[in-house]
Design a protein around this ligand. Structure first.
Ligand SMILES: NC(=O)c1ccc[n+]([C@@H]2O[C@H](COP(=O)([O-])OP(=O)(O)OC[C@H]3O[C@@H](n4cnc5c(N)ncnc54)[C@H](O)[C@@H]3O)[C@@H](O)[C@H]2O)c1
Length: 363
């Protein structure tokens, strides 16, 4: 999880709007909903069902994740704020219909300030159950009018971000003839490999799951496989695409990487503050994670209007332009792209968010 610390933060020292603890001993529900910002609209973010070691660890995670959602939605051009929820427990044993429905009633009690969706440990059929008690649910299964698996457009968005990075690095928005290393070929990574192969890239992969590797090699026999991420990272690459866990970009990885571009789906790729500067100093162009991996959020946000895949895909295609804007601002301001992405998101929150101050009779 993104935050290993178990010291409980003082939530009043942070900039979150609202943090809600939900306790239902009969079903075993222990959940925390964090609403970081509603400057641009209702907060949207998934529910992570995970056996956190402590309440403090869960709280730290949900506070970090909800802030990240604010920036992701703002940069993606959505009229949504940032929120996230965690349910403390092992989903394999603790998840039940009564627990999910109890959770749904708590989310309903927030009156639409927070919309929930899937995350680690929760799936579309779970959202269908939550939706039996709650109107503020997205990421439901297609049979319930939902957007279903968000990894399809997440991969599409990462591909568009990578095209924008290729244009800066090599002068043309294509990966044709480039070697791309995809670390993690799960739901997002395997779709990304397909898009890259279609574009004419050579692919190297690695994954700790032999089944995940076998699926990709079965579909694309020319893909080369490395036994570890360390070996993949140290190989001759043009692009590195972290698509497994967060924290992939450590000082050691920055040191050995031959790739000129980093662009992948994983959340929170920078292992610690300062890595973005080290990447810049080594001449490696980093496409900020939350900029390029917002396709899934765009997909589930579309469900709020009645899901239309083609419309959602078109919106996810705009990640190409957004990534270009980030690189342009980075060059103009002389800052790493990760800083430029934050500046663009904050600018939109300020400039669009202030319009709420123009009073309308319906407000
Ligand atoms: N699914 C989405 O729509 C979405 C949206 C935004 C961000 N993300 C992020 O993208 C990443 C991938 O998401 P996903 O939905 O494909 O998840 P997933 O669980 O389907 O795939 C992750 C893959 O990484 C592999 N993996 C795990 N640890 C590894 C390691 N140490 N080395 C190599 N491979 C390893 C797993 O075996 C798995 O195949 C995650 O960080 C996720 O938070 C996903």
């Amino acid at each position: 999880m993104s935050s290993p610390t178990t010291v409980p933060p003082d939530v009043f020292d942070l900039d979150h709007e609202q943090v809600v603890f939900c306790n239902d001993p009969a079903t075993g529900l222990r959940a925390i909903v964090a609403i970081h910002s509603t400057a641009l609209g209702p907060a949207l973010g998934g529910t992570r069902f995970y056996p956190f070691s402590s309440t403090a660890a869960a709280l730290n995670d949900v506070l970090d994740l909800s802030r990240g959602m604010t920036y992701k939605a703002a940069l993606a051009g959505l009229d949504l704020g940032g929120g996230k929820a965690v349910i403390i427990g092992d989903p394999a044993t603790a998840k039940s219909e009564p627990l999910l429905r109890a959770y749904g009633r708590f989310v309903q009690s927030l009156g639409g300030r927070y919309y929930t969706a899937c995350d680690v440990g929760t799936y579309s059929p779970d959202m269908d159950v939550v939706a039996r008690e709650c109107s503020f649910v997205t990421g439901r299964s297609t049979s319930h009018g939902g957007a279903g698996d968000s990894s399809v457009l997440t991969a599409y968005g990462v591909f568009q971000g990578m095209r924008a990075a290729a244009e800066v690095a090599w002068g043309a928005p294509t990966l044709a003839g480039r070697t791309v290393g995809v670390a993690g070929v799960g739901k997002v990574g395997h779709h990304l490999v397909r898009l890259l192969v279609e574009d004419g890239a050579s692919i190297v992969i690695n994954d700790v799951s032999p089944a995940a590797v076998a699926r990709v090699v079965g579909e694309h026999p020319d893909v080369r496989v490395f036994g570890s991420t360390d070996k993949l990272v140290a190989s001759a690459l043009d692009v590195y695409a972290p698509c497994a866990l967060g924290g992939a970009l450590t000082d050691e990885v920055v040191e050995v990487l031959s790739a000129k571009v980093i662009c992948g789906a994983a959340n929170n790729q920078l292992a610690h503050p300062g890595v973005e500067k080290a990447l810049e100093e080594r001449g490696i162009l980093y496409a900020p994670d939350y900029c390029v991996n917002s396709g899934g959020l765009i997909q589930v946000a579309d469900e709020l209007e009645g899901f239309d895949f083609d419309r959602a895909k078109q919106r996810a295609g705009s990640i190409y332009d957004t990534t270009r804007d980030v690189f342009r601002l980075a060059a103009a301001d002389g800052v790493p792209p990760a800083i430029a992405a934050d500046r663009l998101a904050e600018r939109r929150m300020r400039d669009v968010g202030r319009l709420r101050g123009v009073w309308l009779p319906a407000d």
